[in-house]
Write a protein that binds this ligand. Structure first.
Ligand SMILES: Cc1cc2nc3c(=O)[nH]c(=O)nc-3n(C[C@H](O)[C@H](O)[C@H](O)COP(=O)(O)O)c2cc1C
Length: 267
């Protein structure tokens, strides 16, 4: 690990500035040291109450990558990645621990006056999901530091039934973030990131027409410079993302995952 760090003396701000998503990978292996550095960095991410309410599923088998590439909205580059990590929002491990030490027994409830076993709620989800995503993003930055490119795969929340089966996910879990990794095929240009209407001083400020026009102009200049109509990027997002089949599937599948999150298991 020390060797890797010494080979890339780049500041954290430079790493953040230079990172962009990698979707084309060189045919170079990922070393054990690189894997260890990325996984270790993920575990160093902040965690609510240090409860580590996530699990990382480390995927290296080609057959699993192949299956995920189909289940995640048919994205072939997933199958060409050398490595994937799935960050599972995980309250199951705490439910198991509570049970293991006897928190769910009548005796414990009487002795402590605490409420008996309850379903996992959206509050539990809010903190656990942050744990999982922060760990994922820490892995992204660590990957950059050791010479690996990465890309998030948001479609991992689709096809809940098949993905749950493939990964063996129990109640009180949800596979919220997936990352694929590999050595970048070539130098990647940095993706432009629009910043209009992003940072608000002290209170939320809903965009007025003037702000929206500035936002649209910025996005069109970055992403649709040859478009003849203003707002081409917004229309494109509406038609290709907001009203897409994959969003229909994502919304359906997330209902399943939330059901799984709050499930009360049979005694
Ligand atoms: C939550 C999330 C889900 C994403 N899902 C996908 C995906 O399924 N496929 C893909 O090619 N890129 C995916 N991306 C990558 C984004 O498209 C990318 O981050 C964005 O275009 C900005 O580019 P950059 O990462 O190069 O700065 C995802 C990114 C995030 C944060």
């Amino acid at each position: 690990m020390a060797e890797i760090a010494a080979a890339t003396p780049v500041s954290a701000l430079d790493l953040i500035e230079q990172r962009s998503s990698t979707r084309k990978f060189a045919d170079a292996p990922i070393t054990d040291d690189q894997r260890a550095a990325v996984l270790h960095a993920a575990t160093r991410a902040p965690s609510a109450g240090a409860m580590m309410m996530y699990s990382i599923i480390d995927i290296q088998k080609q057959e699993t990558l192949d299956r995920l590439s189909v289940l995640c909205d048919n994205q072939p580059f997933i199958a060409k990645a050398k490595w994937a990590l799935i960050f599972v929002v995980d309250y199951c491990k705490w439910i198991d621990l509570f049970e293991h030490v006897g928190c769910f027994t009548d005796e414990f409830v009487q002795k402590t006056g605490r409420s008996p076993r309850r379903a996992c709620g959206l509050g539990d989800f809010a903190i656990a999901a942050q744990d999982a995503v922060i760990a994922a993003q820490t892995a992204v930055i660590a990957a950059e530091a050791v010479g690996l490119g990465s890309c998030y795969i948001g479609d991992i929340v689709e096809n809940a039934e098949e993905v749950g089966e493939l990964l063996g996910l129990p109640a009180h879990t949800m596979p919220l973030s997936m990352l694929v990794f590999g050595v970048p095929h070539k130098e990647r240009p940095v993706t432009p990131h629009p910043i209009e209407n992003l940072v608000m001083s002290e209170r939320y400020r809903r965009a007025d027409a003037e702000t929206m026009d500035a936002q649209i102009a910025e996005m069109d200049a970055m992403f649709r410079p040859h478009a003849t109509e203003a707002g081409a990027r917004v229309v494109d997002i509406y038609t290709r993302k907001h009203t897409s089949d994959f969003m229909v599937e994502m919304n359906r599948s997330m209902e399943r995952w939330f059901g799984n999150w709050g499930a009360i298991e049979e005694e």
